[in-house]
Design a protein around this ligand. Structure first.
Ligand code: DC
Length: 237
């Protein structure tokens, strides 16, 4: 079974996708972490974000893997090295959208994501899971929240991790990534027509997860369905 969870940064999708996977006993595949790992490698190799040929070659020559350790935490490996913490650094966040918009890079990442997802029942979170990676997913969700709330959540998360950032820098990063991720030519961030839209702005994590579980189990949930075909774009401010 494949559960697709898409949406913009800071909407809470990785938090709920992770819990959902735990509750269902499924593999959690954080596809954003894969693009982040590649971005780290491109930075280490001094590849310019405009040098698409080198970026694609770098992706083809990278070994990116996700493993769950014995405490249940997801670890990201780049060429056998644990890069879980490094890929969250602001220098990665700043460039990841530019690197993930490259067609050839996406083709390599999507192939890897499909291979991982086909091995085991999985919950995948990202931007294009329901539209491109697994258009036949058993359940699709689009997780959204108001821009200000997404900034607040991301700021809190980064502060708690120990990064020295300001609310303004987080807002500017989210605005920039929203724009690149949702307007890029290849597989832009977009709600799949058959995805269930959830606005998490005023919802607790527990409520979101419970609603998703009900949907997965075919029980009636309180989530209002989004009109088919409507594209939910982040709320630029
Ligand atoms: O989920 P995240 O913020 O860690 O993702 C980092 C970036 O990776 C995001 O800004 C766009 C890109 N991404 C993507 O293009 N497609 C995905 N399926 C997941 C992430």
């Amino acid at each position: 079974m494949i559960i697709a969870v898409d949406g913009p940064a800071g909407a809470g999708k990785s938090t709920v996708a992770k819990i959902l996977a735990q509750k269902l006993g499924f593999l959690y595949i954080d596809t954003g972490a894969m693009y982040r790992a590649l971005t780290l490698k491109a930075i280490e190799k001094n590849i310019d974000t405009k040098d698409t040929a080198s970026l694609v070659q770098c992706a083809a020559n990278s070994d990116i893997d996700l493993k769950v350790n014995k405490d249940g935490a997801l670890k990201i490996f780049l060429d056998q090295k644990d890069v879980t913490a490094q890929i969250r650094e602001p220098r990665i966040t700043k460039l990841v959208s530019d690197i993930s918009k490259v067609k050839g890079v996406r083709e390599i990442m999507v192939a890897l994501q499909r291979r991982l997802g086909q091995e085991k029942d999985s919950v995948l979170d990202g931007r294009d899971i329901g539209t491109v990676v697994f258009p036949e997913a058993d359940r699709k969700f689009y997780i959204d929240a108001k821009f200000e709330e997404r900034v607040r959540r991301r700021y809190k998360e980064l502060k708690e991790t120990g990064f020295n950032i300001t609310m303004d820098s987080v807002a500017s990063d989210l605005r920039n990534r929203d724009k690149i991720d949702s307007t890029r030519e290849h597989s832009p961030l977009k709600k799949a027509d058959d995805a269930i839209y959830i606005d998490t702005t005023d919802m607790k994590i527990k409520e979101v997860v419970e609603s998703m579980l009900k949907e997965i189990k075919n029980e009636k949930s309180q989530i209002p369905a989004c009109p088919a075909g409507r594209q939910i774009l982040p709320n630029p401010k």
